[in-house]
Design a protein around this ligand. Structure first.
Ligand code: SF4
Length: 294
């Protein structure tokens, strides 16, 4: 039985042909966009930072950036990372990744405002009573806030920050809420997006009735996907970032790329709180762990 993810559902909604290439034909892809590359490296470093904090340690901002640079130079290969916006260099993209991490660090330092219940937590859950429609996802961080609420956190590295109205209709974190509620008891749940490059945090909530509607809408979408046979191309500005544009007949009719990718934004001036800090661990052990892990 197929288990659906938010990205699988979105792929179908954005372009059925892309969905077919990716999930039906499973065409091999050996490149990725620079935006995806930056996003993955930033997520890896934040995951590591969150795991440190879980153990009572807070590495310095310098160590965090050093780790990002190390991952970048280990994994960046010019021949397999696609840069659509050729006027932006890979060095500038690396700088954006560093800005994401710096903004995040300075906003949340010393990382003692809440408690992690899960980091990169996988959730798999049914949408219906029979378990015929199943969804899975990986939550960047599940949090117990100081007021007892559960929060579902998501890190974004793009420049675009959606409106509150759009976030109030967002499917991804609301789906995760259905999964997280199955394993964590909470009187209230908040959905929290961290727009790292712009240094914005956005919050939304869902009622039980809204989650029921989401379940029904998602089941309907899965039914549509499973009855689809044509998988017609749907050309758009996003074709410039599509990994199948070289083989897709629809790519020729796509409009020119718009500025969808992250671009440099001015870093928010915030007092730096840089330097090794250990919490709930002896100082010598904290320093040793910092040196080893970041
Ligand atoms: S190139 Fe455009 S139309 Fe073709 S699969 Fe990709 S997104 Fe769809």
């Amino acid at each position: 039985m197929q288990v659906y993810s938010h990205s699988r559902l979105s792929s179908f909604e954005n372009c059925p042909r892309q969905f077919r290439y990716r999930y039906v034909e499973r065409l091999p892809v050996d490149t990725e966009s620079i935006e995806a590359f930056v996003g993955k490296r930033v997520h890896e470093v934040i995951e590591r930072l969150n795991r440190f904090v879980e153990r009572g340690l807070v590495p310095s901002l310098g160590r965090v950036i050093e780790r990002f640079r190390a991952l970048w130079s280990e994994q960046f290969q010019l021949e397999r990372v696609r840069i659509v916006r050729s006027e932006v260099s890979s060095e500038e993209y690396r700088g954006m990744g560093e800005r994401c991490l710096t903004n995040h660090y300075r906003r949340h330092y010393p990382f003692d405002g809440d408690e992690s219940l899960g980091i990169e937590q996988r959730v798999v859950f049914p949408l219906d009573a029979d378990g015929r429609y199943r969804v899975q996802g990986v939550v960047d961080r599940v949090v117990r806030a100081r007021d007892g609420a559960i929060e579902i956190h998501d890190y974004k590295t793009g420049r675009f920050v959606p409106t509150q109205q759009r976030l109030d209709r967002d499917r991804q974190l609301a789906l995760y809420q259905i999964g997280v509620q199955a394993s964590h008891q909470a009187s209230s749940v908040r959905l929290v997006w961290h727009y790292l490059l712009r240094d914005h945090v956005r919050v939304s909530t869902r009622t039980a009735a809204q989650l029921d509607t989401l379940r029904a809408d998602t089941i309907e979408l899965i039914d549509r996907i499973e009855s689809e046979s044509e998988f017609a191309p749907r050309p758009s500005a996003l074709c410039s970032w599509c990994e199948f544009r070289d083989i897709c007949p629809g790519a020729a009719g796509a409009p020119a790329a718009r500025e969808r990718a992250p671009v440099a934004a001015r870093a928010t001036a915030r007092p730096a709180a840089i330097g090794p800090v250990a919490r709930a661990a002896p100082a010598s052990r904290a320093v040793a762990l910092q040196l080893r892990l970041l």
